[in-house]
Design a protein around this ligand. Structure first.
Ligand code: NAI
Length: 377
């Protein structure tokens, strides 16, 4: 199999998410790291790219140089990952799509709903893939949960409850640390803090597993550390289009919780629970029965969960392999094989609309609002 050429923007040395992308993209031999503009400091970015094995002429100082350089090549990159800070996602993603490149953009895809809708339109017009890195949706046991819901194994889903709550910004004495402070400063982070950062993963997960879209929501936002302008805790009630009741709690001051992402799905004939810190197990309870543990890699899983299980049963698979599943689906999609679970720009703009509408709801004492972007109303 010929490897696809992959490029990366952001994710430089010491970044949080860069290593997960490199481990994920390169895990299956489907991509080769061919180009990069990895750092906001051009010289550091060029040097690091070369240390990662990128040829000197494709170790770019910034993304505009990379766009110009890659456009003219016969062996141009087949996919570019945008893993820069949020405020830059829109212009970089748009420019690469318009030039005919496929893009994997980090979440949140944009800062505004209008920008998100523009990305959907540009991707459609260019006929290129624009995926968004909702990587938790690519864990095998999350795909198993979705397949069970789709197959009617829980009956109609009455209720979905999801949390993404950690305690890593719970120390008021550390609130002025520049690496923490920007997240709650609207000039740097946009209209929302914790909900836009972590809550949208949970909201996407609820919609993904239930295979239904978020239609309405009501939000309560709190800045529990008073110096913070944006929320560090949020409770969001929502409804999916098919009537499923949704509850979401997201927090960064929940001291004692580490990653803190889990989801429970309650149907008429059974319930499911998945926790990101034990990602290889899915708990299933049939109505009136005992709780069972469904293990990644066991016999009898749905095909989608089986396809994305890499190593044999009981060997842990973690976050970088969930990211690798996104890259596998992208490699298939680029090669013309449609992949149903790949989170796309439409999912990206739905999240942005939910963020902005949650902010409006919270300012209006939790009034129920339409959560959908105007283009999907
Ligand atoms: P970070 O601050 O740790 O790293 C950002 C990197 O981008 C740095 O290497 C920096 O030099 C580089 N950079 C900044 N501006 C640039 C530019 N204009 N051109 C090229 N490189 C540039 O940030 P982190 O935490 O890695 O986050 C990056 C993105 O990934 C954010 O949008 C964040 O929301 C997202 N993220 C997603 C996660 C997920 O689970 N999907 C988890 C963590 C972050």
């Amino acid at each position: 199999m010929t490897k696809l050429n992959w490029g990366m923007i952001g994710g430089g040395e010491g970044s949080q998410i860069g290593p997960a992308h490199r481990l994920g993209a390169l895990a299956d031999g489907r991509f080769a790291l061919a180009a990069g503009a990895l750092d906001h400091r051009p010289e550091e970015g060029r040097a690091y790219a070369q240390r990662l094995g990128i040829a000197e002429d494709r170790a770019y100082g910034d993304w505009t140089e990379m766009l110009a350089g890659e456009k003219g090549r016969d062996d141009r990159i087949d996919l570019v990952t945008v893993a820069t800070p949020n405020a830059t996602h829109f212009e970089i993603t748009k420019a690469f799509l318009e030039a005919g490149f496929n893009v994997l953009c980090e979440k949140p895809m944009t800062l505004t709903v209008e920008e998100g809708e523009e990305i959907v339109r540009v991707a459609r017009k260019a006929g290129r893939i624009c995926a968004v890195n909702y990587c938790y949706s690519a864990y095998p046991m999350v795909r198993q949960a979705r397949a069970m819901v789709r197959a009617g194994e829980l009956g109609r889903v009455r209720l979905v409850v999801t949390n993404f709550s950690h305690g890593h910004h719970g120390d008021a004495g550390d609130a002025d640390n520049p690496r923490v402070r920007w997240r709650y400063d609207p000039k740097m982070a946009g209209v929302s803090g914790q909900f836009a950062d972590c809550g949208i993963h949970a909201l996407h997960m609820a919609s993904f597993v239930c295979d239904d879209e978020v239609e309405r929501l009501s939000a309560d936002f709190a800045s529990t550390i008073p110096s913070r302008e944006l929320e560090d805790d949020a409770m969001v009630n929502f409804r999916l289009a098919g009537g499923t009741v949704g509850r979401l709690w997201t927090s960064s001051v929940a001291i004692g919780r580490q990653h803190g992402f889990d989801i429970q799905i309650f149907g008429e004939t059974g319930g499911l629970r998945w926790m990101s810190e034990q990602p290889n197990q899915l708990l299933y309870t049939p109505v009136g029965g005992r709780t069972q543990i469904i293990e990644k890699g066991e016999a009898g899983l749905h095909a989608e969960a089986q396809r994305l299980s890499r190593v044999s049963i009981a060997h842990p698979e973690g976050f970088p392999l969930a990211v690798a599943n996104i890259y596998c689906d992208l490699a298939d999609a680029i090669s013309g094989e449609a992949r149903d679970g790949l989170p796309d720009a439409e999912a990206g703009v739905r999240s942005m609309a939910a963020v902005h509408q949650a902010v409006a709801s919270a300012r209006d004492n939790g009034a129920w609002v339409d959560a959908r972007p105007p283009m999907f109303r």
